[in-house]
Design a protein around this ligand. Structure first.
Ligand SMILES: Nc1nc2c(ncn2[C@@H]2O[C@H](COP(=O)(O)OP(=O)(O)OP(=O)(O)O)[C@@H](O)[C@H]2O)c(=O)[nH]1
Ligand SMILES: [Mg+2]
Length: 345
């Protein structure tokens, strides 16, 4: 939604310095952050690698909506950006400020959450109706047609596609459409400083829960100010203002939970690195995240849990203690596994 503080929150989470407000940039913004990981730091102390690589998250902040009809949050440029995203974050205005007009002329966070959900569903429904029309014309009443009809009925029931149960085959049939209401959606309540210390002042908790959405709150404007301070002053400033846990940490945690993500690690003299995968990923697919050759030629994965490795002190001792396992293709990788892939191409 226009002027909800998207760019402010983008700056707060990424440390970027994009211009905000009425004279702000008219362009979309992009920034990449490293996911802090103490395990990477500790492993680097041990291996002293040439390179240390954290997992990364890319943030895209959509450009201001130039359309006259701004109660539609998404113009066509925004739709293009969202189509390519793995997950969506809805920055919902919950701060009060009479100088900043709301596109619907009043601040009502719960209404806005519902409005965006409806808008995403409508965008999908239009695409689906067109597709059904086309399939009708071609008399192609096949599996795709059937799935499209199910999606249509679901959307007409005011439910997002992310809550429609689909098997792997049907999910595959829909993939190329990149439906927006199918993407994981996080509600991010953007509060003013007057809200600090209050319990759920805008009622977003209950709404997010009712809609089955992941939800966090922060004070965008103040958080942005904090990122502009020198590093050593930030903690005491946060404490003074009662800002609580670092917003970036809070956000990353929520995003990983929402997407069901975790990290496995690789560690050696050339590089210590964290790799992001979905929970439940098999060893052979984890290998593919590193390189398709390693996946194709997979033999086995030498596996040690991070804590076992640290407790043992080094690989040699970990092996002596029997903590290093040889796992096959089907092994389900665990968060913090240190993996060394044996492969043959
Ligand atoms: N009081 C207060 N003001 C805020 C907060 N977040 C943003 N603002 C102000 O709201 C105005 C709009 O903020 P932006 O971050 O540019 O909002 P946006 O959603 O990116 O706006 P568009 O890109 O134009 O849609 C700016 O003047 C900000 O200073 C907040 O948490 N509290
Ligand atoms: Mg903006």
């Amino acid at each position: 939604m226009a002027r909800s503080g998207k760019t402010t929150v983008f700056n707060a989470l990424t440390g970027a310095h994009a211009a905000v407000g009425a004279y702000g940039s008219r362009d979309a913004n992009i920034a990449v952050i490293k996911v802090p990981d103490a395990r990477i730091d500790r492993l680097s102390e041990i291996h002293k690698p040439k390179k240390k690589t954290y997992a990364e998250i890319e943030f895209l902040d959509i450009a201001p909506n130039e359309a006259a009809d701004q109660d539609k949050a998404l113009d066509s440029a925004a739709l293009t950006v969202l189509k390519n995203a793995d997950a969506l974050v809805h920055v919902v205005r919950a701060f009060k400020n009479d100088n900043i007009t709301h596109p619907m002329n009043s601040v009502n966070a719960v209404r806005d959450v519902r409005a965006l959900e409806e808008e995403l569903q409508l965008v999908d429904l239009i695409i689906i109706e067109r597709r059904i029309e086309r399939l009708d014309k071609e008399r192609r009443h096949d599996r795709e047609y059937e799935v499209m009809q199910r999606c249509k009925a679901h959307l007409e029931n005011s439910a997002p596609l992310r809550t429609l149960e689909l098997d792997a085959h049907d999910t595959g049939l829909l993939r190329s459409y990149t439906f927006l209401s199918q993407k994981p959606l996080m509600v991010l309540g953007n509060y003013g400083d007057e809200a600090i210390g209050n319990e759920d002042p805008a009622g977003l908790n209950a709404t997010a829960e009712a809609l089955g959405l992941c939800h966090i709150d922060l004070c965008g404007a103040m958080e942005m100010e904090v990122t502009e301070l020198p590093e050593e002053e930030r903690a005491s400033f946060r404490e003074e203002l009662g800002l609580g846990e670092e917003s970036r940490t809070k956000f990353i945690q929520a995003a990983y939970d929402m997407l069901g993500l975790m990290s496995f690690l690789t560690a050696g003299e050339p590089e210590v690195r964290a790799w992001t995968i979905r929970k439940g990923t098999k060893a052979v697919d984890a290998a593919g995240v590193i390189h398709s050759d390693i996946q194709r030629g997979f033999i086995r994965a030498e596996t040690v849990a991070y804590h076992d490795f640290i407790e043992a002190g080094n690989m040699h001792k970990a092996k002596e203690k029997g903590k290093v396992r040889l796992e096959g293709k089907e092994y389900i990788v665990q968060d913090g596994d240190i993996l060394l892939f044996r492969f043959n191409v």
